[in-house]
Design a binder for this molecule. Sequence first.
Ligand SMILES: *Cc1c(COP(=O)(O)O)cnc(C)c1O
Length: 402
Amino acid sequence: MFKLSKKIKLLPPYLFLEIDKAKGKARQEGRDIIDLGVGDPDQPTPAHIIEKLYQAARDPSTHRYALDQGLLGLRKAIAEWYEQRFNVKLDPETEILPLIGSKEGIAHFPLAFLDEDEYSLLPDPCYPPYKGGTILAGGKPYLMPLKEENAFLPDLKKIPLNIIRKAKLMYINYPNNPTGAIAERDFYKDVVKFATKNKIIVISDLAYSEIAYDGYRPSSFLEVEGGKDVGIEFHSLSKTYNMTGWRIGWACGNTKLISALAKVKSNIDSGIFSAIQLAGIAALEGSSQYIKDMCRLYQERRNTLIRGLNSLGWHTNPPKATFYVWIKVPKKTNTSVSLECRGEHSRTANSIKFSALLLEKANIVVTPGVGFGKYGEGYIRMALTVSGERIQEAIERLKRIL
Ligand SMILES: *Cc1c(COP(=O)(O)O)cnc(C)c1O
């Protein structure tokens, strides 16, 4: 009786059902799970931001519908932050649009530009809303594989001409979830050239710009000459200020792209709770010392994990940014764990089997790479969102089962 739409049926299948079930069962049984699966900061939102929300929520003027385009004060704070951080000038009136978390904008953006039979060029593996948003808008995904031999950058020369002709959008995301890879400016320059020549809109997802290590400072796509002529950048308070649950982010860049997204959104939502916007201003205007301390914490955890993995023989490069470590499913080690994952029928779901096994034998939750796309197969993702002690404990457990 209830026939699903074609678009819903085209959405990628949910691959984590078995693991979710196993995780739920393990929790019910009271097993001591170490969850390296979720990309959600474990540290609290800084106190001054919470304090600002508390004050603002007591002011009745924040209780009514917010303006669709966000408070001017928030847009000004974002412009100021972008200029300080990236030396990119943005007009708060026309080049910035606050969002109910950047995921919302990322997923809605294709509705403004994609018609049937038009393509989004998507990295694979990738953050799932790029694909979901494309399909729900009626467009078609074209997958650009992110491979280790290309430093997990898409190879633009490999995209066929007949696809390029029908491509309208291209998503890029550096520092990258799930691979932890970074992009240098030369890559952004190539993307601007490619997009200008082929009239393709660039969507840069910069969610992890502030989570970086060893002195590395990620750049913005909009820093590159011509970037603002072809692109829009999505940013978020979620990872920078441990505010994932608050739902606040923004889009910025080319004014035509911003106003098209605003038009879509004016038909869907009615803005962000004003008290949260005021707390967002407090976040952006607050001291950046807090971000430095947070990165130091993640960096220590990263070092503990990488050292541990290398001691297991799972040689893994330390990521320069993001709180993810992208690990090859071990193939040649003579371990019972990896052997059980190399059965005849397991080639396509190796990473799922391996993840299920880690949960069953070691009570460790990781994310199978194939969940981010078919080119993620052969990898698992671990998140640095648990304490260093728990990471060390995870390594000890892995040692025990090998
Ligand atoms: C976490 C994340 C975001 C941010 O999502 P919000 O909706 O702003 O919380 C965006 N892109 C990627 C790749 C992410 O991992």
